[in-house]
Design a protein around this ligand. Structure first.
Ligand code: ADP
Length: 540
C-alpha cells in the first residue's frame, strides 16, 4: 500500500527560491577574479539566476543540454549552479588544473554547448579551442569594463548577457531524477570518468552534509569553502548554503594562506572546508605572522588523509576542531565524517586525536561494508581490512555514457579504497588499493607511514611507494621533501618512526626530493614515482 502524501519533486531551483523567500538578506561574499571583494544577498543571487535562465533559453539551450564552466568560487559561478540546473540543463564544472588533453576530452565527452569561463582561463581555453567539437560560444565571467580581447569564437560578456534579461522567470517543474550536474574524476589512469548527478541526489547530499552530525549548516553559519566549485561541487556547500540561508564566503582565485586568512579575518567564518594542502598553506602563514583563528570552530578536511600533526596544530594553537570527511566524486562526494561528539570531548586528548584521524562514521543514506577479493564481507572489528564498498541514493550507479553498471552483482560500488571498520562504526582508510604495499603477502599502508613521517619537524611532505624487492616482492620506499631550513638525516627519521609503526613496516630506504608530484585535486601522484623508483632497492 502506498502512502497518501504529496509527491513534490526535489529540485535545485527550489533551493534558491527558498533562500530568496526566507533568507533574502543573508550574504554571499566573493573575492572576484578582477580583484575587489563583491558582496550581495541571496535575494540578488536569486534574481540574477532568473536573468541567467532567461539568457540561457535565448541561447537556445534545452532540457538535457550541457553547459561547461571553468571557474573559481565566486558569485557568478554560484548563479550558474542554479540558472543552468534550474532550467533542466546540466552544469559540467570542469577542473582547469587537469592536463590539456584531459580538458579537451571532458569538454567533448560532456558535449558542452557553451563554456562559461573566468578571465584566468581564457588563454587556456584559446589553446584548446581548435580541438573542441561542439562548443557554440564562450561566455566570459566578467563585466564590460574587464572584457578582454580574445581569439575565442563567439565570445560574450556575462554581465552583458544577463543584464538585458528580465528577472521574472518561472522555474520549470520536472522529475527530480533529471540530471543536474556532471563532474569528472581526475583519472590518474585512463580517461576521466563522468559522474552525472540528479536534482534528487544533489538535494539529499546537501541535506545530509548540512546535518548536525556533519557540517551543522544553519542560517547562523558562515562558511568559507576553499574547496573549489570545480571539485565535486565544492562538496555540496553552494546547495547547502541556499537550503539553510548560511552566509557563504567565496575565495575566488586566491587560495594561498595569506589571502585565505585575510578573508577569515574580515568575514569571520565559523566553518572552513578544504583539502590538506590548503590547510598546510594557511597554518604556515599563521605561524609566520603569529596569528590565530579566533572565529573558526570547525575546519572540514577531505580529499586525502589529514595528518595527526595537522589535527593537533589546529586544536592546540587555534582551538579549531579539524573534522575529517571522506568521500569521492562518485559519492557526491561525502560519505563519512568524524563529527565532534560529546563522547569524543570526554576522551583523553590523544585518544580523541586517534578518533579524529579516522575517516569517521557513515551518514544516514550511505550503506558501507568491507569485503575480501572474493566479495566475502569482513567483520567490522577494527582489525580486518578489505575493499571498501558503498551503496545509497547519493552514489553513482553508472558512469556517464557507460553501458555497463558501476555496481557489482550485489549492488555495491567498490570505492577503490582499502579500509577497516571499527566496532563503534568509525571507518579508517588503510590505503588506496593501488597504493597499498604488498610485502611478502602482508599489507603495509602507505598512508599510515606518510602520516607518521610528516610528524617529524624536519619533514614538509612525505610519500611512500612500494618498490620491487628480491625477497619480499615489494617494500616501502619513503620520499621526503624537507621542511624549510631543516636538514633531517635518514637515521633521524628512521629513529622517529621506530615507535610509531610496526618494525617490519619501516621503509627500506629514504630518498630526499625537491618536490613531489600532485594530481589536479591535490593528491600525491604516485604512478610516475612508482615507475621512476621501481628498481631502486634492486639496484642499490
Ligand atoms: P579525484 O582525485 O578524482 O577528484 P576524488 O576527489 O573523488 O578523486 O578522490 C577520492 C579518493 O580520495 C578516495 O577514494 C580516497 O582514496 C581519497 N580520500 C578522500 N578523502 C579522504 C580522507 N579524508 N582520507 C583519506 N583519503 C581520502
Amino acid at each position: 500500500m502506498l502512502g497518501n502524501m504529496m509527491s513534490g519533486q526535489l529540485l535545485i531551483s527550489g533551493l534558491i527560491e527558498h533562500a530568496e523567500k526566507y533568507h533574502s538578506d543573508a550574504e554571499i561574499v566573493s573575492r572576484t577574479v578582477e580583484g575587489p571583494i563583491h558582496r550581495y544577498t541571496y535575494s540578488e543571487a536569486a534574481k540574477r539566476s532568473r536573468q541567467l535562465a532567461n539568457a540561457l533559453e535565448k541561447l537556445g539551450l534545452q532540457e538535457g543540454d550541457t553547459v561547461g564552466t571553468l571557474a573559481w568560487n565566486t558569485y557568478r559561478h554560484f548563479e550558474l549552479y542554479f540558472g543552468v540546473s534550474g532550467i533542466g540543463c546540466v552544469v559540467n564544472t570542469v577542473n582547469p588544473r587537469l592536463f590539456p588533453e584531459q580538458l579537451t576530452y571532458i569538454i567533448n565527452h560532456a558535449e558542452n554547448q557553451y563554456l562559461f569561463i573566468d578571465l584566468s582561463f581564457i588563454e587556456l581555453v584559446e589553446s584548446l579551442e581548435s580541438e573542441l567539437e561542439g562548443v557554440k560560444g564562450y561566455v566570459i565571467l566578467t563585466d564590460k569594463e574587464h572584457m578582454p580581447d580574445t581569439k575565442l569564437n563567439n565570445a560574450m560578456c556575462y554581465e552583458d548577457l544577463i543584464s538585458c534579461e528580465s528577472d521574472e522567470f518561472t522555474w520549470p517543474e520536472f522529475d527530480e531524477n533529471t540530471a543536474s550536474s556532471l563532474c569528472y574524476t581526475s583519472g590518474t589512469t585512463g580517461n576521466p570518468k563522468g559522474v552525472l548527478y540528479s536534482h534528487r541526489s544533489t538535494i539529499l547530499h546537501a541535506w545530509i552534509v548540512s546535518s548536525g552530525n556533519v557540517a551543522k549548516v544553519s542560517s547562523s553559519t558562515c562558511i568559507l569553502p576553499v574547496v573549489p566549485m570545480f571539485h565535486v561541487n565544492a562538496w555540496g556547500i553552494p546547495y547547502a548554503g541556499a537550503m539553510f540561508g548560511a552566509k557563504l564566503v567565496f575565495p575566488g582565485p586566491a587560495l594561498d594562506g595569506a589571502s585565505v586568512y585575510e578573508l577569515i579575518d574580515n568575514e569571520k567564518p565559523d566553518l572552513l572546508m578544504g583539502v590538506p594542502t590548503v590547510w598546510l598553506g594557511l597554518l604556515q602563514h599563521l605561524n609566520e605572522t603569529n596569528q590565530t583563528l579566533d572565529c573558526v570552530e570547525t575546519a572540514l578536511v577531505g580529499g586525502s588523509a589529514a595528518p595527526r600533526a595537522m589535527i593537533q596544530e589546529f586544536e592546540e594553537k587555534h582551538d579549531v576542531f579539524l573534522m575529517h570527511g571522506w568521500g569521492m566524486t562518485e559519492m557526491s562526494p561525502l560519505g563519512t565524517a568524524t563529527s565532534r561528539t560529546k563522547e569524543m570531548e570526554d576522551l583523553d586528548i590523544e585518544r580523541r586525536y586517534d578518533l579524529q584521524q579516522k575517516q569517521g562514521k557513515a551518514f544516514f543514506g550511505v550503506n558501507m561494508t568491507i569485503a575480501d577479493d572474493y566479495g566475502n564481507e569482513l567483520p567490522h572489528d577494527g582489525v580486518a581490512f578489505g575493499r571498501l564498498l558503498v551503496k545509497g541514493p547519493t552514489i553513482v550507479e553508472r558512469y556517464y555514457k557507460a553501458e555497463e553498471s558501476a555496481m557489482d552483482e550485489n549492488g555495491w560500488f567498490d570505492t577503490g579504497d582499502v579500509a577497516k571498520i571499527h566496532p563503534e562504526g568509525y571507518m579508517e582508510i588503510v590505503d588506496r588499493s593501488k597504493d597499498v604495499i604488498k610485502s611478502g603477502g602482508e599489507w603495509i599502508s602507505s598512508i599510515d607511514l606518510e602520516n607518521a613521517a610528516v610528524g617529524h619537524p624536519g619533514v614538509a611532505e612525505a610519500c611512500v611507494i612500494g618498490v620491487l624487492h628480491a625477497k619480499w616482492d615489494e617494500r616501502p620506499l619513503l620520499l621526503i621533501v624537507k621542511a624549510a631550513g631543516q636538514e633531517p638525516s635518514k637515521e633521524d627519521i628512521n629513529t622517529f618512526l621506530e615507535d610509531k609503526v610496526a618494525k617490519w613496516w619501516l621503509p627500506d630506504d629514504i630518498v630526499f626530493v625537491e618536490e613531489l608530484p600532485h594530481t589536479a585535486t591535490g593528491k600525491l601522484l604516485k604512478t610516475g614515482l612508482r615507475k621512476d623508483f621501481k628498481n631502486h632497492l634492486i639496484n642499490k
